[in-house]
Design a protein around this ligand. Structure first.
Ligand code: URA
Length: 207
C-alpha cells in the first residue's frame, strides 16, 4: 500500500511510471527539494528485468533531470557494455531523488544523504519496484544497499551475494545484488583493478 504522508509527498497508487514521475516532481517529503533543481526520477522500460538503484543524482543529473549521466554514469555505461548489457534494457534510478550538495565557490559538492532523507524517499523506490517488478535489483553503493537492507548492511561483507527481498519488498523482485558505486571506482587508487571487479559484478548480475 502507498504510504500516506501528511505533506502530500506520497506516491499515487499506480503502476503508471509517467504518473509516478509527475507526482515525484512535486515531492516535498524531505528538505532536499529546496536546493535541488528538480526531482530526478528513474528511467527505463516498464518491464525491465533489472532495476538498478544508485544513491542520488549528482550535479549533472540534477541539471539534466536524468539518472547516471555524469562522470559516474559514463563509467557505469562503459562497464555495462563490457559486461554485455544494454543500458536501454535496464530501469535505472536512485534511492534518493534529489541532489544533496554543499557549495564551494561555484562548485556544488556531493553530500551524503542522511538516513531520514533516504527513508523519506523510500516510498518512491517501492512504487518504482511495484511498477517494474524486476527479477533483479542491482544496488550500487552503500546508501542504496542500506536503503533496502538497513543501516547495518555492509557492501564489503555482502558484495555480489544473492540477497532475498526483505519483508517489506516481498514479491517486488526475486533477488538483489549489491556492489560498489561507480563513483567509488573513479576514486579508487587502483582504478583499473576496481573497474575490472565492478565489471565482474555486473557480469554475475547478467547471469
Ligand atoms: N550517482 C548516483 O548514485 N546516481 C546518479 O544518478 C549519479 C551519480
Amino acid at each position: 500500500m502507498p504510504t500516506t504522508r501528511p505533506d502530500g509527498a506520497a506516491p499515487p497508487d499506480t503502476a503508471d511510471l509517467t504518473r509516478l514521475r509527475r507526482a515525484a516532481a512535486d515531492c516535498t517529503g524531505c528538505g532536499l527539494h529546496r536546493a535541488a533543481t528538480q526531482t530526478v526520477f528513474g528511467e527505463g522500460p516498464r518491464h525491465a528485468e533489472i532495476l538498478v538503484a544508485g544513491e542520488q543524482p549528482g550535479d549533472q543529473e540534477d541539471r539534466q533531470g536524468k539518472p547516471f549521466v555524469g562522470p559516474a554514469g559514463r563509467l557505469f555505461d562503459e562497464a555495462l557494455t563490457e559486461a554485455g548489457f544494454e543500458r536501454e534494457a535496464l530501469y535505472v534510478t536512485n534511492v534518493v531523488k534529489h541532489f544533496k550538495f554543499t557549495e564551494r565557490g561555484k562548485r556544488r559538492i556531493h553530500a551524503k544523504p542522511s538516513r531520514p532523507e533516504v527513508v523519506a524517499c523510500r516510498p518512491w523506490l517501492l512504487a518504482e519496484l511495484r511498477a517494474v517488478r524486476p527479477r533483479l535489483l542491482l544496488l550500487l553503493g552503500a546508501t542504496a544497499a542500506q536503503s533496502v537492507y538497513g543501516p547495518s548492511f555492509r557492501i564489503t561483507r555482502r558484495r555480489g551475494d544473492p540477497l532475498a527481498p526483505p519483508d517489506e519488498y516481498a514479491g517486488l523482485f526475486d533477488v538483489a545484488l549489491a556492489t560498489v558505486h561507480p563513483a567509488a571506482v573513479l576514486r579508487a587508487p587502483d582504478r583499473e583493478a576496481a573497474r575490472a571487479e565492478f565489471v565482474a559484478d555486473l557480469r554475475s548480475a547478467a547471469r
